[in-house]
Ligand binder design. Sequence first.
Ligand code: ZN
Length: 110
Amino acid sequence: MTESTQKPKKIIPAPELPPERCQHVKIVDVDKPVQRVFYECYHCFQGLLSECIGKPVIEEIKGRPSLRELKVKCPNCGETAIKLTTEKVLSTTAIPSPWGTSDQESSKPT
Ligand SMILES: [Zn+2]
């Protein structure tokens, strides 16, 4: 037996939020100065609406251009709800999830 052709393990840098997980995101008014981003919190699936302004900022990290990601804090659970590649996040508002995946039926009219 000779040595088997073992491939070296891929070293994947672990980001704080792995991109594999599916997250609902919908961006509207992309052609306007203020964009609105509808999404669900990564952690608690709270429906959220963020108003963003500006264009994605590319900055050099270790000599390589990278999109700057802004962490948006979830007003519901306090965790990072999403990372947005935008210049500035003006506001973040909790909304009923447009996708209806939230289990919370807090303000349901009778
Ligand atoms: Zn949350």
